[in-house]
Design a protein around this ligand. Structure first.
Ligand SMILES: Nc1ncnc2c1ncn2[C@@H]1O[C@H](COP(=O)(O)OP(=O)(O)O)[C@@H](O)[C@H]1O
Ligand SMILES: [Mg+2]
Length: 238
């Protein structure tokens, strides 16, 4: 199995707070990995280190065996890592076709960008919204346009931070189906707090607690583990 992304002893400190504490993990080609954990576990900080928004205090990040520690998000995108943050990245005055097309123009000519933008919107089930103004779209639809911008360049790995934040239960279910569908072509890492969503998509799960990996296993075993239940309920773990 090819390892795409891995970390060794990844650590991020903010003053006296160690938000991520010596995390070693690896993501294989084709995987759909969920990173979960209670609030404050270090998930978002780990995501920001992994996606080049923070430079880790210690430890290493490898992409296909190459040390990429400290590279920024743009450099990682050029290597084939698609990143969806929780920060909105859309302009209300553009259409989905224009937005996704722009995301592709640094890689392709205009006609090819349009063709690929069309395909990405169709894959996400929002082809019919392609020419509408983004300012007129609902929150869930905007999330899908942002995902289309990440997917359109056909990255080898997609990393998503809380993709269902602010979505209704029905939108969350649809997002779970969609992520399983995208996983047929892309490896995916999902950082997520919503347990309902994780149950709907989960394969292999890594549980964070106090900046460290508490457990890593198949979803069924993770959800059955008393330590995981305890940290979600806020109980101390021995
Ligand atoms: N920019 C920051 N400055 C100081 N402390 C931070 C910062 N970001 C996160 N932390 C702290 O690091 C810990 C992990 O936070 P975070 O990564 O946001 O956890 P999660 O995403 O799992 O809820 C928390 O104790 C949080 O208060
Ligand atoms: Mg978070």
């Amino acid at each position: 199995m090819t390892t795409l992304l891995s970390t060794e002893g990844l650590t991020m400190r903010f003053g006296g707070v160690t938000a991520v504490d010596g995390v070693t993990l690896s993501i294989d080609a084709g995987e759909l990995r969920c990173l979960i954990g209670p609030n404050g576990a270090g998930k978002s900080t780990f995501f920001k280190c992994l996606t080049g928004q923070y430079k880790p205090s210690a430890g290493r990040i490898f992409w296909r065996g190459q040390d990429v520690t400290g590279r920024d998000s743009f450099a990682l995108a050029r290597l084939g890592i698609g990143i969806k943050t929780q920060v909105p990245s859309l302009f209300d005055g553009l259409t989905p076709m224009e937005s996704v097309g722009l995301a592709l123009r640094r890689l392709h000519g205009e006609a090819e960008s349009r063709r690929r933008a069309r395909r990405a919107l169709d894959r996400l089930g929002i082809g019919a919204l392609g020419e509408r103004r983004i300012g007129l779209l609902a929150h869930g639809q905007r999330q899908l346009v942002e995902l289309a911008m990440v997917v359109a360049p056909e990255p080898d790995l997609i990393i998503l931070d809380e993709p269902t934040a602010g979505m209704s239960a029905e939108e969350t279910n649809r997002a779970a189906d969609l992520i399983r569908e995208l996983n047929r072509e892309h490896a995916i890492v999902v950082v997520e707090h919503d347990m309902h969503f994780i149950r709907a998509i989960a394969r292999k799960v890594t549980v964070f607690h106090q900046g460290k990996v508490l457990m890593e296993d198949a979803a069924g075993r993770v959800f059955a583990d008393p330590r995981v239940r305890d940290v979600y309920l806020g109980k101390a773990v021995a």
